[in-house]
Design a protein around this ligand. Sequence first.
Ligand code: AMP
Ligand code: MG
Length: 354
Amino acid sequence: MDTVTVRIMPQGEAFTAEEDAALRRAGSIIQGGGLVAFPTETVYGLGGDALNAESARKIYAAKGRPSDNPLIVHICRLKDLEKITARVPEEAMRIAEAFWPGPLTIILHKTELVPAETTGGLETVAVRFPSDRIARKLIEYSGGYVAAPSANRSGRPSPTLAKYVLEDMNGRIEMILDGGQVGIGLESTILDLTVLPPRILRPGYVTAEMLGSILKEIDIDVTIMEADSGQAPKAPGMKYRHYAPKGELVIVEGASNQVAEYINVQAAAEQEKGEKTGILCASENFSRYQGNVIKCVGSRRDEEGIARNLFSMLREFDDEGVTKIYAESFEASGLGQAIMNRLLKAAGHHVVKL
Ligand code: AMP
Ligand code: MG
């Protein structure tokens, strides 16, 4: 199959006639059981009809994703929650009012309308109402319920640019809507509202502190930051190796001068052995490194910038043929928790503590 890419302006008063026609065409592809990748404020999504079991199967096949790893259902109107969810607790509405549209996914009990294929066989469904205007219009034109995991091949870093979607999905899906670089760069926060107290299953842009303004009590899944907690993660997808570049990634933690010294010595030794080495660092430490593929992911004072750059830089190391990557470690509070969760998974929890 030929994958068609259509450019759509991410901002603006209204869609142009051509853009609107492309969005309608994308919507009818999804309604007809096909797949369309589209931008959201978090990362690019791979969309299919959430109420069609066959579409869910196609999504798993296109991604190479295990079919026990459930999909997130995207909606574009709060009232559409009713048809797909049951026994909605009162907090869900307060959470939705506070954070939707936006980068938060909530888990609720599902109705029969949602096929088991979409939820990986679970009786619960993950729902998100994104804020991105292209995503919202596409969902509307697709009939209101779009199942969309991140638009990468399973295990790879999530795409933050359409060119990375094309790299992973060319020939596997009908269409890509290119809305430029996404704003946030990390996947949505996942909050399970079927348990008491509500529990964060995946950290994201909406932090525990922010949710704390609405909820009295919140749990955080212990598996989020630990390599081997002995427990299975409550979000099935979190058990898989994820977000990983092709090169082997090691995180080095410690005082910044020691980290730089350690990385420089190790990288030189690896180069001797014939590895192509890369370094992912904060701008504060950039000048301490030399002689490698060096990528500055942003300033430690700008976590939003780090979040936005992280996945694309992991992919750039691949593009440059890097086989061994050393990454500095980052503060794991606030948005930093989501950054470190992704980095730890990308590294398979390989951390050197100095
Ligand atoms: P992605 O689509 O790549 O953002 O991944 C979606 C994530 O949501 C995966 O880690 C899933 O395991 C998680 N998820 C989706 N539905 C559920 C659910 N019903 N219960 C728990 N986790 C879910
Ligand atoms: Mg994903």
